[in-house]
Design a protein around this ligand. Structure first.
Ligand code: ATP
Ligand code: MG
Length: 395
């Protein structure tokens, strides 16, 4: 029996004007992610379906589960549109299931099929009742809700619904620059941004030798995990050491974090612009630490006109951790290698910084050439989802 993966668009179908563009982007994304498999992808306005080789089902499902824009999907059995064949296939498929109540819902998109939907429900229902013992019909809460879609040449039979990861297809929004540290929050922020269709580049500020190559490796592995949701991620690694050292040498200790963040945003903005990214994304969450009060955010934000998107701004830490576990970044994030913020944490960072003081303090050294240098000379690694599960072998 031949099976297909039947994909429903869900939220996409409400995007009237952009509908075709959304569907086309989803199609391209699926095609790209399944490029190594022997599949045929068909699309129409209401659904997409994928023909595949049985042996690849599990791997294909794990890929499908990371493609945004897929709301729900079904594994459907495909059968020639012929009454006898539909009946025997239905009986075959359903006999393998354990259930006591069922409902049949026929949809006839091919109106030339001679039996009307209602009538066909009774025909197929009668067939099951006659051949499978101890079952009955329940139209309200059936154990098995069997859908039969009659189409012109081939029809679908299915009864299990799987949840896809929802959202919009990556690429339906512009590019943005994710500030990716090795922590728990920023990978989750990146995931949520991609879920809205944003294409991500990532930027990591590194302060060797105060931070280690292991910390960098962590960020690479986090990018790998994130790239399962998109094509590939360009990870830009910026040498932040001279700026970080200058800040700690010249500025008031309690303002160091505020100023460090202002420098990071300035660099992120420049690299974003040179890479066609229109926004910055970060993992700040309101109230989580001193640098994440609204006052701090306002002072930090003041260095750029670029939108800064903070997908986890209003989430509790526990909610963020839940998502991190779900997307498999949590176990990497909690490995204890210091990033550049944790190395230089002041004893009492200012909670409500003043803009004038921040400006005064950062002007104690000539930061502009340093910012320019950092924005020009950085390393870019193209990270793909190949070997996304390999991290722990490296340690
Ligand atoms: P995370 O868990 O993402 O590290 P956090 O709670 O530790 O976040 P902070 O260290 O205050 O928060 O950083 C706030 C945000 O600033 C991070 O979520 C990230 O987006 C960005 N950021 C911090 N440090 C770096 C870094 N070294 N490189 C890139 N971005 C960074
Ligand atoms: Mg951090």
């Amino acid at each position: 029996m031949e099976k297909v993966i039947l994909i429903k668009y869900g939220e996409l179908s409400t995007k009237k004007g952009n509908r075709n563009y959304f569907i086309h982007t989803l199609y391209k994304n699926i095609q790209n992610k399944l490029r190594d498999y022997d599949v045929k992808i068909h699309q129409d306005r209401a659904r997409m379906y994928i023909e595949f080789l049985e042996k690849d089902l599990d791997s294909i499902i794990s890929i499908i589960n990371c493609i945004f824009g897929i709301h729900t999907y079904h594994i459907a059995t495909i059968v020639d549109t012929d009454d006898k064949k539909i009946q025997s296939t239905l009986l075959d498929v359903v006999s393998k299931e354990k259930f006591s109540t069922f409902k049949i819902e026929t949809k006839r998109s091919d109106k030339s099929f001679p039996i009307h939907s209602q009538e066909y429900n009774s025909v197929l229902g009668g067939l099951l009742l006659k051949n499978i013992p101890h079952i009955s019909v329940d139209v309200h809460q059936p154990d098995l809700w069997i859908k039969v879609e009659i189409r012109e040449k081939e029809s679908f039979i299915y009864y299990k619904t799987f949840q896809g990861c929802g959202g919009y297809p990556v690429g339906t929004q512009s590019r943005a620059m994710l500030m990716l540290s090795g922590g728990i929050d920023s990978p989750v922020a990146g995931y949520l941004a991609m879920k809205r269709g944003i294409v991500l580049d990532a930027i990591y500020f590194e302060a060797l030798p105060h931070t280690s190559m292991e910390a960098r490796n962590k960020v690479i592995q986090l990018s790998k995990k994130l790239s399962r949701y998109s094509d590939s991620i360009h990870l830009h690694i910026v040498n932040f050491t001279p700026i970080q050292e200058a800040i700690y040498k010249n500025c008031r200790e309690d303002y160091c974090i505020t100023i460090m963040r202002r420098m990071m945003i300035r660099i992120a903005e420049r690299i974003a612009k040179s890479h066609g990214a229109l926004a910055i994304v970060n993992g700040e969450s309101i109230g989580q630490v001193a640098s994440q009060t609204i006052t701090s955010m306002a002072v930090i934000n003041q260095v750029t006109n670029m939108p800064i998107i903070r997908p986890v701004a209003c989430f509790d830490k526990l909610e963020i951790m839940d998502i991190a576990r779900r997307i498999d970044t949590y176990n990497i994030s909690i490995i204890p290698f210091e990033d550049c913020c944790t190395v230089f944490v002041p004893r009492h960072p200012v909670i409500n910084p003043k803009l004038e003081t921040a400006i005064e303090e950062e002007n104690t050294f000539d930061f502009e050439p340093m910012i320019e240098e950092a924005s020009q000379s950085f390393t870019t690694i193209v990270v793909t989802d190949e070997d996304a599960n390999e991290f722990f072998d490296l340690l």
